[in-house]
Design a protein around this ligand. Structure first.
Ligand SMILES: Cc1cc2nc3c(=O)[nH]c(=O)nc-3n(C[C@H](O)[C@H](O)[C@H](O)COP(=O)(O)OP(=O)(O)OC[C@H]3O[C@@H](n4cnc5c(N)ncnc54)[C@H](O)[C@@H]3O)c2cc1C
Length: 410
């Protein structure tokens, strides 16, 4: 039986571990936290996942929260005008629903399931020296440790990483008590609110440890008026600041947030990181090689809400590559080829996300405006979150955008 070590108990690591376990591989997961520590800890993401990524969880039969989590049917875009009104405001419909399950709930549950099914769990924060040892005793070592220190083993791919500094300051609050948007009271939707030059607020329906909630997620341009969360330690102050900024920049979102309260003391998060693509093979001091997974090798800014989706897609691609490889050695050539296969999907996410971090070009502003009048355009934009490769066809090139809009207007 092939022995595989996975370092990191996140979306990618655990999805892959449970998938391999179901195929009778001998899998060890190394996690720097126990399930209880994850469940009782701080939120880590807003983790909205779209149909393709959710389907990988269904295929692995680990979609344990699907019946409880809100079904997100739409994705709306609102752009703030200087006078506090909405210059653009529409709702696109998703062909298939999206869902967000608090990673504290999901990862704790998956970790327990992995152990209950006989998987070996080592609770330990792995260092490079540990991996040096384990690379000799396992057939394959996968590093799925997110954006933590182990990324230092993987060289930055400068050609694929146009930014070398964080492009947004991130601030999340999980709340109960948010009202519906009055114009669509019965439609669960992700709301993308854009404040030109300042940042974005994403409002996402979610399932957390205490039931249904919403996440209020500010992405602020560094140094701007939203970049004020770094020194806030008190969760209540974090929420109060979130709401003050909503009242100032997005009064229509504030209007439905006047009764909100934090889901729990761990329901806030602030931070920032530079979007980075890395070389997939990490070389160890003792000569061994390890393969990076998901955020370790492709970490995009969460402005497009793709990281968990990509982690799911990466886990599915790697699972297929491992199964297909049978008993042959997992050498560096296989590692590179396995990543290259995932990159065919991931590159679209990186291109789109990096584009969304920059001020929008004129043809994109026009398209977002046109989507308010043309429902198929709004729907196509919304469904691009499920399949970012589609943006290649109509989003980046002004001529293609124009041709598409002309085809819709007839
Ligand atoms: C504010 C914010 C909002 C986001 N919103 C969305 C969204 O709406 N939709 C979406 O798709 N994505 C979103 N993302 C991105 C998404 O959360 C990540 O891309 C995704 O979780 C990456 O999965 P992963 O498995 O690669 O890593 P992680 O989820 O980071 O998991 C890595 C795990 O490894 C553990 N670990 C780290 N170092 C070690 C070590 N040395 N030894 C052992 N264990 C270790 C960590 O504790 C963690 O449990 C968001 C991210 C942020 C920060």
């Amino acid at each position: 039986m092939r022995r595989i070590l996975i370092v990191g108990a996140g979306q990618a690591g655990l999805q892959l571990a449970l998938g391999l376990q179901a195929q009778d591989y001998d899998v060890t997961v190394m996690s720097n936290r126990t399930a209880d520590e994850i469940r009782g800890g701080r939120v880590m993401s807003t983790q909205c996942m779209f149909d393709q990524a959710l389907q990988h969880e269904r295929d692995t039969q680990i979609n344990f929260w699907e019946s409880q989590a809100p079904r997100v049917q739409g994705l709306g875009v609102s752009v703030a005008a200087p006078d506090g009104s909405r210059a653009i405001d529409w709702l696109g419909h998703l062909d298939h629903y999206a869902q967000s399950v608090d990673q504290r709930l999901k990862m704790a549950g998956w970790l327990e399931t992995f152990a209950q099914r006989g998987g070996q769990l080592v609770v330990h924060g792995a260092a490079v020296s540990d991996l040096d040892f384990f690379a000799r005793t396992y057939d394959l070592v996968l590093v799925a440790a997110g954006k933590g220190e182990l990324v230092s083993m993987f060289a930055r791919d400068a050609e694929r990483s146009p930014y070398d500094a964080p492009q947004r300051a991130l601030a999340v609050a999980y709340v109960h008590g948010l009202g519906p948007r009055p114009e669509h009271p019965d439609t669960e939707a992700v709301r993308c609110n854009l404040v030109p030059g300042v940042g974005e607020l994403f409002v996402i329906p979610c399932l957390t440890t205490s039931g249904r909630c919403d996440t209020l997620f500010w992405e602020g341009v560094p140094g701007g008026p939203l970049d004020v969360f770094r020194d806030i330690k008190d969760p209540a102050e974090h929420l109060a600041t979130t709401l003050e900024l909503m009242e100032k920049f997005l009064p229509w979102e504030y209007a439905r947030a006047t009764k909100v309260e934090l889901t729990d003391a761990g329901g806030t998060l602030a931070g920032r990181y530079a979007p980075t693509v890395r070389k997939p093979v990490g070389r160890l001091p003792g000569g061994g090689a390890v393969l990076g997974v998901a955020d370790v090798v492709v970490a995009n800014d969460p402005i497009t809400g793709q990281g968990s989706n990509s982690a799911s897609k990466c886990a599915a691609a790697y699972l297929a590559a491992i199964l297909e490889h049978g008993d042959r050695p997992f050498d560096e050539a296989w590692m590179q080829a396995t990543f290259d296969r995932y990159w065919e999907t991931a590159r679209h996410v990186t291109t789109w996300t990096n584009a969304m971090l920059a001020p929008p070009p004129e043809h994109v502003v026009n398209m977002l405006g046109a989507a308010g009048e043309l429902q198929p355009v709004a729907d196509r934009f919304a469904n691009g979150f499920n399949n970012p490769a589609d943006f290649e066809e109509w989003f980046y090139d002004p001529a293609k955008t124009e041709a598409y809009l002309a085809s819709v207007t007839g």
